[in-house]
Ligand binder design. Structure first.
Ligand code: NDP
Ligand code: 2IT
Length: 449
């Protein structure tokens, strides 16, 4: 079945049902862009002749492999590993690795598809990819995590390389896992090369990569507020998640004078009406480094309240920053946020708001920053890490932070210029159009064969 954009909208769902059955997250990510890019395609014979849309929603490669590894009890466990090389038109494939029991082809295809747009927005030459495994690190020992990473790389190494595909971290893959993965790659191939980003600075990692996504989220938020005659100082921000993106977003927001009143994890959320501090954030990072540790003991340490099994969206604040995972903010949450007077939503995670939640935001006058723009700072600094590795040099933290700020400012600016709608800025539209144009033009220029 082929899909004609001139047909009615429902035909997209038929097309996706046939081409990508049982992949709801991937369908959601495609539906998120179609309304914005359809008019662009309609206006371009080149895009239509090159069948850009149908090619854009089909990953160039989806690799699935067995990961067999030995647990501490000496038993052999089997997980499934993946790499989705989604679109390589503008550069070597680039995107993170996620270890989580929810990882499946639908989740990775949505992430790889979004990554394609996001990477284009950074202005750096990186194609879109994603990968990972259904491995659940919860309760695993460090030795088990290391053995899993080594077994995972035993297969992944043949599909990646500095000019082919450069993975990085994502949920449950941070500096520790990248270290084990890099060590395995180096031992298997005998090459010390920039094949992964998010490495420690001790072995060719970039300064600021750890901070980059969360800091970038807050830089984007600052620009968005400034463009609307407002600022971050004094704002009450609720953040979900308690990992890399959430804690560095919290750190930068606090540094810029905001009051961060929540964090969350898969077991519940904390509400700290006094606001987080650097000391509290440092405690969260150390505590959460243990696989499976719940945030709950935060309140014994610092006060506030713990709510089991819920997300923080019922709180009152000026800004909501979902920084945990996909579809963590639904339609009812969106209505509640609006009823409680929220001014802006900024997506630190990838696709944290459901399609219906986005509709609610679109019908209101809240500012909404989509993940593919707002959280692009992480992959942007990954791009800078690739350049540093190529040149065998290391940029200082100030230099990288300046570059990150400038990239986030540029992404904000392009969202504004492409996203104007009825006297307002539709940031999602701006991000979709700007990312799309760059990738589509590269695809047209390169032809098929
Ligand atoms: P981490 O593993 O560091 O943290 C993830 C956090 O989200 C944890 O607090 C975790 O809770 C929570 N979480 C994960 N899955 C779920 C779930 N199903 N339900 C509720 N809570 C959940 O990951 P990151 O901070 O790196 O990633 C967070 C989000 O940001 C993801 O959407 C990721 O794709 C996105 N992102 C990450 C980038 C990066 O550079 N790391 C770059 C751009 C986007 P628990 O500890 O209980 O599991
Ligand atoms: O979703 C993302 O942008 C990431 N997980 C970071 C990808 C990267 O290659 O740095």
């Amino acid at each position: 079945m082929s899909f004609s954009l001139s047909e009615r909208h429902e035909s997209l769902q038929d097309f996706l049902n046939e081409r990508a059955p049982n992949e709801p997250e991937f369908h959601q990510a495609v539906h998120e862009v179609i309304d914005d890019i359809k008019p662009i395609i309609d206006q371009s014979d080149a895009y239509k002749d090159a069948n850009i849309f149908e090619r854009l929603v089909e990953p160039e490669r989806l690799i699935t492999f067995q990961v067999a590894w030995q647990n501490d009890a000496g038993q052999i466990e089997v997980n499934r590993g993946y790499r989705v090389q989604f679109n390589g038109a503008i550069g070597p494939y680039k995107g993170g690795l996620r270890f989580h029991p929810t990882v499946n082809p639908s989740v990775l295809k949505f992430l790889g598809f979004e990554q394609t747009f996001k990477n284009a927005l950074t202005g750096l030459p990186m194609g879109g990819a994603k990968g990972g495994s259904d491995f659940d690190p919860t309760g695993r020992s460090e030795a088990e995590i290391m053995r899993f990473c080594v077994a995972f790389m035993q297969e992944l190494h043949r599909h990646i390389g500095p000019d082919i595909d450069v993975p990085a971290g994502d949920i449950n893959v941070g500096a520790r896992e990248i270290g084990y993965l890099f060590g395995a790659y180096r031992r298997i191939t005998g090459q010390f090369e920039g094949v992964l980003t998010g490495k420690d600075e001790a072995y060719a990692g970039s300064a600021m990569r750890t901070e980059a996504t969360g800091y970038g989220v807050v830089y984007f938020l600052s620009h968005m507020l400034q463009a609307h005659d407002d600022g971050i100082d004094g704002k009450r921000i609720m953040i979900s998640g308690a990992g890399n993106v959430a804690t560095y977003a919290a750190e930068k927001a606090v540094a810029l004078g905001a009051k961060v009143i929540s964090l969350s994890d898969s077991s519940g959320f904390i509400h700290d009406p006094d606001g987080l501090t650097d000391e509290k954030i440092a405690w969260v990072r150390t505590h959460k480094a243990k696989p499976g540790a719940s945030l709950a003991p935060y309140v014994d340490q610092f006060g506030g309240t713990w709510t089991e099994g819920k997300t923080p969206w019922s709180l009152e604040a000026d800004i909501a920053a979902p920084c945990a995972t996909q579809n963590e903010l639904n339609e009812d949450d969106a209505k509640m946020l609006i009823d409680n007077g929220i001014a802006a939503i900024i997506e630190g995670a990838n696709m944290p708001a459901t399609a219906k939640a986005k509709q609610v935001f679109a019908q209101s006058d809240v500012l909404f920053a989509p993940g593919k723009a707002a959280n692009a700072g992480g992959v942007a600094v990954s791009g800078l890490e690739i350049s540093q590795n190529r040149q065998r040099r290391a940029s200082g933290a100030d230099e990288v932070d300046q570059a990150l700020q400038s990239i986030m400012a540029d992404i904000h600016a392009v969202c504004v210029s492409e996203g104007k709608r009825d006297g307002r800025v539709d940031y999602a539209k701006g991000a979709n159009i700007a990312g799309f144009r760059k990738v589509a033009d590269a695809m047209v220029a390169q032809g098929v064969g």
